[in-house]
Design a protein around this ligand. Structure first.
Ligand SMILES: Cc1cc2nc3c(=O)[nH]c(=O)nc-3n(C[C@H](O)[C@H](O)[C@H](O)COP(=O)(O)O)c2cc1C
Length: 168
């Protein structure tokens, strides 16, 4: 049995949050939308983010020692769209779209202000899996905003989380 060369769109039912990956290196700063961003270990805490080969962010993260991840709130879908539709190779997304930033405490890249959660990570490891590079980060700081709900993303569309399913 040969493994698939691609996954059928109908099977693609993943539901993800939207992280904005911020990277500052060699005087350059960029922000990229990343739905493939997830916790990968509890003890020690580790965060993984997958960066596609053709992204400008890929060039930056290959050289960076740290990165920020801001999990967008459900009133920030516009940030997920602009940071996922435009490349830092062509324009300065931060200036062009007036992204709401705030400085991080332990890394040089800033974070998205008003996000549902923010992580400041030190790069622990990088490994390429096919089209994407898995970048593993050790959080130096992680904060959540209890007044915000995380934005959801699935099959190219943004959503607010719906009704909780109560189980007996
Ligand atoms: C909501 C959303 C989520 C995305 N998630 C990822 C992701 O997890 N990994 C990735 O490599 N690209 C992802 N993309 C695509 C990149 O964000 C997009 O190609 C972006 O323009 C790359 O920016 P850059 O060239 O400035 O790095 C996503 C796009 C959107 C709209």
């Amino acid at each position: 049995m040969q493994p698939l060369t691609q996954i059928d769109r109908d099977a693609w039912r993943f539901i993800n949050s939207v992280g904005i990956l911020t990277v500052a290196v060699d005087g350059m700063l960029n922000a990229m939308s990343a739905e493939w961003c997830a916790p990968i270990s509890l003890k020690p805490p580790l965060i993984g983010v997958f960066v596609g080969a053709e992204r400008f962010t890929r060039e930056l993260i290959e050289r960076a020692t740290a990165f920020g991840v801001s999990l967008l709130a459900d009133d920030q879908a516009w940030i997920g769209r602009v940071c996922g539709r435009h490349s830092g190779r062509e324009l300065d997304k931060i200036a062009q779209f007036n992204l709401p930033l705030e400085p991080a405490l332990h890394i040089s890249a800033p974070l998205i202000a008003g996000a549902a959660a923010q992580f400041e990570c030190r790069v622990l490891d990088r490994r390429v899996y096919g089209s994407h590079m898995l970048v593993v980060g050790e959080p130096l700081r992680a904060v959540g905003n209890p007044d915000k709900r995380a934005l959801a993303y699935s099959r190219g569309r943004f959503y607010r989380l719906g009704e909780e399913i109560e189980l007996p």
